[in-house]
Design a protein around this ligand. Sequence first.
Ligand code: ZN
Length: 403
Amino acid sequence: MRKRFGPYFFVLLLLLSSIILFPLQTKAEFKDLTDKNPTYAILALSREGIIQGYPDGTFRPAAYITREEFGAILFRMLELEEKPEAASHFIDIPKNSWARGIIGALVDAGITKGVSANRFGYGDYLTREQMASFFVRVLGYEEEAKKYNLPLKYTDSHQIRTAHRNDVAFATEIGLIAGTGNNRFSPQEFSQRQHVARLAYEVYFNKNQYSKAVQQLKNPVKIFIDPGHGGHDSGAVSPIYKHLFEKHLALEISLRVKQILEQEYSGVTVKMSRMTDTYIPLSDRAKMANEWGADHFISIHHNAGGGTGFESWIYSGKVSNVTLQKGQIIHDHIAKSLGVRDRGIKRGNFVVLRETQMPAILLELLFLDHPTDAALLNNPAYREKIARAVAEGIAKAWDLKKR
Ligand SMILES: [Zn+2]
């Protein structure tokens, strides 16, 4: 009888029990986590041995974290080796602290310099601005953050200490860190364990995503916006609203498209053929875009001649797949957003489409001689709607990230 339960049986039993018990164990881990916490991040990091809970089975997601506790997380993420001697200049680390070797390792790896020449800030809670700097260094972008010297957009940006300004701006730009709501960053607020976990998860598991964002920052998409007509060439003039000139509408909308793209999206730079009411020959517009090395040429016009709605134009000769694909995305987004008649994408032999060496599209945004269209164009709120639709279409076509 006993022979029936040979050694293989017990091996099998052991395997089965571990398969059954493992997910139960991880679920039971950290009994104080709710749907409001980044549980995915906490559990994933816990499985990697990077982050730990408390012996009572809690994680304490909203608790603050000391600088050395945070240091221990980074130490494990980076798989460093303890270097107590590299922390010997910090006079505030207790003599027999468990963290001495860890802090030394982080100093050695260039992740921390302490809060002053001879203090690590031992026992201090980690602030949000400090967290931003730590993670920027862990990602290896300290130099880039300095170099780009990006503007800070938070309403409490003035509260961010000089030492952290570039890091906070950079971490925000690449989408790693966000504010605390109401466009505030709250730089001196203490970091909660759950927020540390969420960022540590991003840095540890999604590193590639951020290197892609940094690449985009180094090499932004170049959008060339060409407001049609200008100067003595007024383009179409509305017979209904006599002050509505195509050249003015095209310029106003183009300027707003540029502003929306640059303020609301990252990894993009915009140049225009004209920023004022001046006449520029068609060939010169194409030449400007070619010399700049634009990625996309977008010409803004308004239609006339009997009709209603929106249409786009692409060069009638041979064009690249990118021209067709991105043109379609832009056209469809504008058509959908404006809700006017969609007249489709047409093919034409226009100078600006023919002589540009990059994908190019010409947009005819409503008819100045149609009563309904003209009334819409005469409405500043609707012009804003058009500009937003164009900007969003471009952002969609080029996969631009929202700031
Ligand atoms: Zn025109």
